[in-house]
Design a protein around this ligand. Sequence first.
Ligand code: GDP
Length: 440
Amino acid sequence: MFNNLSDKLDKAFHVLKGHGSITEINVAETLKEVRRALLDADVNFKIAKNFTSTVKEKALGQDVLTTLNPGQLMVKIVKDELTELMGGDSVGINLKGSPTVILMSGLQGSGKTTFSGKLANFLKTKKSKQVLLVGCDVYRPAAINQLKVVGEQVGVEVYAEEGNMNPVEIAQNAIKHAKSTGKNVVIIDTAGRLAVDEEMMKEISNIHKAVEPQETLFVVDSMTGQDAVNTAKAFNDILNFDGVVLTKLDGDTRGGAALSIKSVVNKPIKFIGTGEKMEAIDVFHPDRMAERILGMGDVVSLVERAQEQYDEEEARRIQKKIAKNQFGFDDFLKQIQQIKKMGNMKDLVGMIPGAGKMMKDVDIDDDAFKGIEAIIHSMTPAERSTPSLINASRKKRIAKGSGTNVQEVNQLMKQFDQMSKMMKMMQGGGGKKMMQMMKG
Ligand code: GDP
């Protein structure tokens, strides 16, 4: 996420390294680089200019008696301003109303349907809501089908009316249906076009007027940079929407949309999409995003994700198995699946302070566990629960079945063995034993 921008800002701060204080001259030099970094990230020219002049004012107005060195001080000022630029505080979703009606708007391909599914899943699992998804794209049967697939994935009912070409009517009927079936949130996915056109705007505006949603969200593909900002403006003029959803932040996004949209439409970014999977949704926090842009990592989000996936019962079950020497490959597989649920690897690494920068050129396989999983899947249930059964001929069979080779199977067996030993030691109050082992 935003690698290029992070890099350039980092270089900009280098100018100040070795300087004892912030002066008009070194600030000007640093800010020239900061401005260039923002422009390269496709941030609107006026916004970049305002940004740097605010930072300059703050930097020069700083009390010299500060414990921070000029480089650190500048990073802090820039971080605060980036946070401000992206909206300051995090703004949640309004869930008032019975049912709460959420209207999705945006261009075709922006990720509306995918996000509707993610949001339904989020509200269902995190807020215990009964959700109804509504397909209002009467022009593309494929779009309704896609929504049905998404709904099935997350276990949420999808309302659609085949043959009805009136999206306003469908939306109204859907709300009636939601009321009669005890749903408390209705998410309406609408038709998008490839570009802003009058007909689409009229249609969404009619739906908006008819259903009076509590939340109108505008979904935009963050890869589209300044175009995203222009589209946002057009939609906001018609809908006066409540919040923005930035999708595809997992890609090689330059960052312009995230940094410009709030200042242009004065509406908060509420959610971000970071992948194609239904779990790839995050509440947007301007301060955490600013920290990530500056390569400071985002430990808070990382810990939150780990906590979300932490299953206490499962942990206790595993502990028992370890104590009884029964930890097998099936348990190992489950652990891997829990890690995978936290998100894609690149994203997770980016949240570790400093690691994002260090690892930016390393190609992290999104499915780093593919080989391991294939090997385990090729084992018989007996082999999984009693790994000691796996002899040379079994290894050969497993390698063949998983499309790997014996060496890879051996490597996994070794890792598994080490991990089991380590876990056993940590459990048996063996901190001391482990220290001894490490000392050799
Ligand atoms: P719609 O036309 O606005 O409904 O857009 P879709 O939901 O069909 O999304 C268009 C494409 O973008 C699909 O291939 C999605 O899988 C993909 N997509 C949506 N959100 C994300 C995201 O956050 N990250 C990535 N990498 N792809 C996404």
